[in-house]
Every structure is written in C-alpha cells, then in structure tokens.
Design a protein around this ligand. Structure first.
Ligand SMILES: Nc1ncnc2c1ncn2[C@@H]1O[C@H](COP(=O)(O)OP(=O)(O)OP(=O)(O)O)[C@@H](O)[C@H]1O
Length: 429
C-alpha cells in the first residue's frame, strides 16, 4: 500500500485513496493538514468520515461520485457538503478510478477541493446553501475557475453574483493577485472610461494628476464588471476592443498599454433581449458570455433558507432562534430582493422581537416594516399562493416604481400578464 499512498503526495490538493467498497486506505499530507488525520487502522469508510453517515452517500440521498465513477469507468465530479473539523464545508470532489492488470476496478483516488468562501466559520463573506441548485452554481464556479475564460454571472439583484465572482477568483491561479471591481450602474460614460482605463494629467477638467485605471490594477488578476448591462453602446465598443486585444489607452493618452486580466461580468438584466432591442452589442455578448452561470432566485431554492437564516442570525450575534413556523413562512415568501432581503428581514426581526424566539408574528412585523405600504393585517396563518403572489408584485412595484418592463423581467412574466396581475392588486387593495 505504501507505494500507492505515495502517489497521493503528488497531488497539490487534499487526496485520499479509497477501495471500491468505500474503505479509505491512505491520505496525503495536505489532506491531514486540512481535515485532520484519519485512523486508518479502524477501516474507515469514506461516507462515515466525510458525512457521518452509516451508509453510502447514494443511500443517504446524496450523489455518490464513487458509484458514478464505478459505473462510467471514468473520472467523475460532484459537489458535496462535508463535515470537517472546520464545520460544514462545500467540497468539490473528484473521483479517479484505478484499474488492475485485469481491468478490474481496484481503487479510487478522491481529490477534495474545498470551495473558497463556502467553508469555515460564519462571516459576512461566507457563502451558505444546501440546495441542489446552489451546489450546481458552486460546482460550475469552481470548475471554470482554473480555466481563464470569461464568465458571465446572471441573476436577480441580491442573489450573490458578486460573491460567486470572488469564489471564481479565489479558486483560480490568479488568487494571489487582485480582483478589481467596477460597478457600472449609474456611472457616466466618461467616468466609466477614466475609472477603467485611467487618464493622463490634464486629460479633462479636474484631471489634476495622472491616474492608473482598474484595467491596469487587474493585471495578473481578475477584472469584475458588475451590472455590465448598464454600460452605454459607445463604451461597449471600447470594452469590446479591450477584451479582444487586452490593450487600452488611458483617457487623453496615445500610448497603447496591455493588461493580462481575467474577465468576469455580472448582470441582472436579460442581455439577449437587450441585443434584440439594439441596446447591447451581440459581439460583446459573445465575448463576455463564454461561460454563463445563472444564479437562481432565492424563491427557487427554498432549501437554502433554513441554513441562510442560521447564518444571518450568527452574523447578528446573540442567541436568537426562528420557530419552525417562521422558517416555513419564509420558505413560501417570494424574496424580490433575494438574499440581501433575507438578511435585512432577519436583522429587523431580531430588533423587533421582544424575546429571543422569532415566531411568525414577529416575522410578519419585520416583513411589513420592509414593505412600507403593506400594513399588518391579522395574518396568523400562512398566506395562500395568490396572496403571496400579490405580496411579491406589490414589493416589486415599490422597488421599481413605474418601470413595468423591469418588474416583468424580474418576475419572469410577460408585460401583459404583469398588467393583468397588477389590476388584481388594485381591485383587492
Ligand atoms: N449563498 C450566500 N450565502 C450567504 N450570504 C450570501 C449568499 N449569497 C449572497 N449573500 C449575501 O447577500 C448579499 C448580496 O450578495 P451579492 O452582492 O453578491 O449579490 P448580487 O447578486 O451581486 O447583487 P446585485 O445584483 O444587487 O449587485 C451580500 O450581503 C452577500 O453577502
């Protein structure tokens, strides 16, 4: 076995050697440093060590990469949540099958790559989520990280696009360099360009000094353009040139400079529709959308809600608990503001609640406080689906005012349907 276990030392990530019937035979040093050493004498099984299960993962409702690799005969990957000395960690697991001379499956090498930001103790930059949809997002983010391709993150406001951009950066070979962010929304063309490209002294009124732009600062690292859908058509042309050639000119300068950055863009807008309307360049969309990752809204991954509530409570501090009823209520709530909204609701509930137990009544007060116009009626039971829909649309209306197109886009319905539903609200209120 010693020879085989030596193979593991060649991997620069935590690695274990497992038999076809789940027994761990060896671990490498990186594994023991990261997850603690395993007593190999006790014939440990991988599902017991990583999950505390008494049966293989597939029988406990999880995907089993070992089983998948057994049946395909190829290497397989899956994103798992492991119990580790650091708590629950999202780990990208890769199983490499090893065959003997008779082509019989003998062992698996299991490589375990913890996902940056999704591990360890609660902090504001920690990613939380147990749902299949969220794990799929993390799996894609960690897998695309190692390549250098441009990534487009799509999702409603507050779904965690910026956090996922950080995961990609931190899991990439550029992690030691900076990730530089430009929030494009609300910036004029001139400002975006001088922020991105920098400017020469005297290039325009107020340019008292020479300035290095974000493109230069992201050399060797990652450039994150948030709300790329808000960039004007003429700036889009300059972005296209930058992305294609990795060269740029400072504002007011003729010298051509180069920068080696990895590009991640994010948007909560439907860029394909914008292309159809002539508001976004198709060639730019192709360039930035080499690898798209869509982050589903929170209402479509309600399995994440209990863990997120727990996480938000630990950030607030104190000894607060949500009752089962309150958690269930939030699982049916539409969350137009997604995780950012959940964070605010939890925070408000801890302030409003008179004890450390947050029940449905206290929760409704916290929700009502957020949705100014919706005054508290004596809602003691769960609202119907219809009521929830109306509540959601009302919240959207407060958020986006008269911008019906945006409301319809965020709600994922046609403009016509939106008008019909709004009419219903007016009749009810
Ligand atoms: N999976 C997650 N676990 C814990 N917190 C999260 C998660 N996703 C997002 N958050 C938190 O929700 C808030 C919004 O996240 P973020 O800014 O990344 O969203 P966004 O999609 O980029 O929003 P916007 O489109 O408005 O820029 C942040 O406070 C972030 O810490």
């Amino acid at each position: 076995m010693n020879d085989l276990s030596q193979i593991l030392e060649g991997f620069d990530v935590p690695a274990i050697l497992v038999t076809a019937d789940y027994q761990i035979l060896a671990t490498n040093t990186i594994y023991s440093d990261k997850f603690g050493s395993i007593n190999l004498e006790s014939n440990p099984k991988c599902f017991a060590v990583s999950h505390g299960y008494d049966k293989p993962c597939d029988l406990a409702g999880e995907d089993c990469p070992l089983l998948a690799a057994k049946s395909s005969g190829n290497k397989e990957k899956v994103l798992h949540i492991h119990q580790t000395p650091n708590g629950r960690e999202h780990v990208d697991v890769e199983m490499i099958p090893i065959f003997d001379d008779e082509k019989q499956l003998k062992y698996f090498i299991e490589l375990l790559r913890p996902v940056p930001l999704a591990s360890g103790h609660a902090n504001t930059r920690q990613l939380v989520g147990d749902s299949v949809a969220f794990k799929a997002v993390l799996a894609n983010a960690t897998r695309v990280a190692k390549s250098d391709v441009n990534v487009l993150l799509q999702g409603e406001s507050g779904t965690g696009k910026e956090m996922i951009a950080h995961v990609i950066h931190l899991a990439s070979d550029r992690a030691q360099q900076a990730m530089v962010t430009l929030e494009c929304a609300g910036l004029s063309e001139t400002l975006i360009e001088s922020e991105l490209f920098g400017h020469k002294k005297g290039a325009f009124t107020g340019a008292h000094n020479e300035k290095e732009g974000l493109v230069a600062q992201s050399d060797g690292g990652t450039l994150f353009l948030d709300e790329i859908g808000d960039v004007s058509l003429s700036t889009q042309v300059k972005l296209l040139r930058l992305i294609e050639t990795k060269t740029y000119r400072r504002v007011g300068d003729t010298a051509i400079r180069t920068s080696n950055f990895r590009l991640i863009c994010a948007t909560n807008r439907d860029l394909s529709t914008m292309v159809e309307r002539g508001e976004f360049r198709l060639d730019l969309l192709y360039r930035i959308n080499v690898f798209p990752i869509t982050i589903p809204p929170l209402r479509e991954r309600s399995a994440d809600i209990p863990g997120l509530i727990q996480h938000m409570l630990s950030l607030v501090g104190g000894d607060f608990h949500f009752t089962k009823g309150a958690v269930e209520y939030l699982k049916t709530y539409a969350f137009p503001g997604n995780i950012r909204e959940l964070r605010n609701i939890v925070h408000r509930a801890t302030i409003l609640c008179e004890t450390n137990i947050i029940d449905q009544k206290c929760l409704l007060a916290a929700l009502d406080l957020g949705a100014n116009r919706i005054t508290n009626t004596t809602r003691t039971t769960l609202p119907s689906l219809k009521e929830n829909e109306l509540l959601y649309l009302e919240t959207l209306r407060q958020q986006f005012g008269d911008d019906k197109e945006k409301m319809a886009a965020v709600a994922g319905i046609s403009l016509r349907t939106l008008y019909r539903k709004l009419e219903q609200i007016t009749k009810i209120s």
